[in-house]
Ligand binder design. Structure first.
Ligand code: FEO
Length: 383
């Protein structure tokens, strides 16, 4: 697939993959991109995951059409992009590797049975330029987006930013993600923790004239859509809510807590609020986390289990904390048949996060009664 004349995307879809990084559910598959630049010199920007390497290598050879591969630029060592490096080293013995110094240390660990020719390794530093003829790749260091060794490349002639994992998403190439749900779930899940590093990157990107962003996952983002993605990244990186909606997250065993959450949902909708409800026992755990970042208001309906928070709810709150969740209004509703503890324990967990306002705590004993209903109606008005 041509990105623009003489820049070919030889990436592959993996529609059958169901888990990304062994934990994120991917209903719509995943895309791995790998870019070939054809100029006086030929240059490959990143390789590909093991599951799709066979077709990728055939496509690479077809696109090279008998030419040698002069350069391999390695932006990121995570194996979903770096797994197929040995195929390149075997087929193109004199290929020159361009990589960060931190990346080379990881590469040596991954390929611990391979002897590198040091004459063929170039360490890229911030602002270095690799000239391929008409195309020139300027290197931009991007640590922790999403590993510490990451760099990006700005092709100065076509004004294309090869952005590594940044601006990627779940879903195959043609998946329609207009509402950004799979971009957000990917971002919050994978780099949500590293907002300050993403802000640094956005500052650097602000100094570049960019015609398109070519990430390692998802589709190439052309100029007319760039504003939407840059705005979203700017909010995500600074932990700003995207809207004043309400996200309700529920754990329930016999349905009484779920009933109470749906009662509040209905009251909120009647009051004109947009509500996103996630029933953690069944719904996607990571989408619940992503939507908790998206909305300004978070309501938890929780139960106590073994004198602790019900396991899936506890893991969800841990998931928020891991990703630097902050700056939200939180409402806690617990349900217990004896000795409810969920609110107390959740408050302790949230106290370790920045700028979380616990604005209300309510308790239900076993099943919502009339008083609880009135409290929830009043809470809906308050929110
Ligand atoms: Fe898509 Fe961090 O690898």
């Amino acid at each position: 697939m041509e990105v623009i004349k003489n820049i070919i995307n030889i990436g592959q879809d993996d529609p059958k993959q169901t888990l990304f990084e062994g934990q994120y559910k991917i209903e719509h598959g995943i895309r791995y991109n790998s870019y070939l630049i054809l100029d006086d010199k030929t240059c490959l920007v990143d390789t590909i995951d093991r599951e799709v390497s066979k077709q990728w290598f055939e496509d690479l050879q077809k696109a090279l059409d008998g030419r040698n591969l002069d350069y391999l630029v390695i932006s990121h060592l995570e194996p979903d992009h770096a797994y197929s490096i040995p195929m390149i080293l075997k087929a193109y013995k004199d290929v020159k590797i361009v990589i960060t110094m931190a990346g080379f240390k990881m590469l040596q660990n991954f390929l611990n049975d391979y002897t590198f020719n040091n004459d063929n390794i170039t360490f890229a530093k911030e602002g270095d330029v690799l000239s391929l003829g008409e195309h020139n790749l300027k290197f931009i260091m991007a640590p922790f987006i999403h590993w510490p060794e990451v760099m990006m490349e700005y092709e100065m002639t076509s004004k294309t930013l090869f952005s590594a994992d940044a601006f990627g998403r779940f879903g195959t190439y043609d998946y329609n993600d207009d509402n950004l749900d799979e971009s957000r779930r990917y971002y919050i899940g994978i780099v949500g923790k590293y907002g300050s590093f993403v802000k640094n990157l956005l500052t650097k990107a602000g100094n570049l004239e960019i015609n398109r962003i070519a990430p390692l996952h998802g589709n190439v983002i052309e100029k007319d859509s760039l504003g939407k993605y840059l705005d979203a990244y700017s909010k995500w990186a600074s932990y700003q809510s995207e809207d004043n909606d309400v996200t309700i997250v529920v754990s329930s065993v016999y349905g009484n807590t779920l009933d109470a959450s749906k009662f509040l949902e209905n009251e909120l909708i009647k009051a004109g609020k947009k509500v996103n409800l996630f029933y953690l026992n069944h719904d996607d755990f990571h989408q619940a986390i992503a939507y908790s970042f998206k909305s300004q208001n978070l309501v938890l309906f929780s139960i106590t289990y073994n004198n602790d928070i019900f396991p899936v709810m506890k893991s969800y709150i841990d998931g928020l904390k891991e990703r630097n969740f902050q700056n939200k209004n939180v409402y806690l509703i617990e349900n217990g048949s004896w000795g409810p503890l969920a609110n107390k324990l959740e408050k302790e967990m949230f106290s370790e996060m920045k700028d979380i306002k616990i604005l209300k705590e309510l308790r239900i004993m076993s099943r919502m009664n009339q008083k609880n209903k009135e409290e929830l109606i009043s809470l809906a008005k308050e929110i």
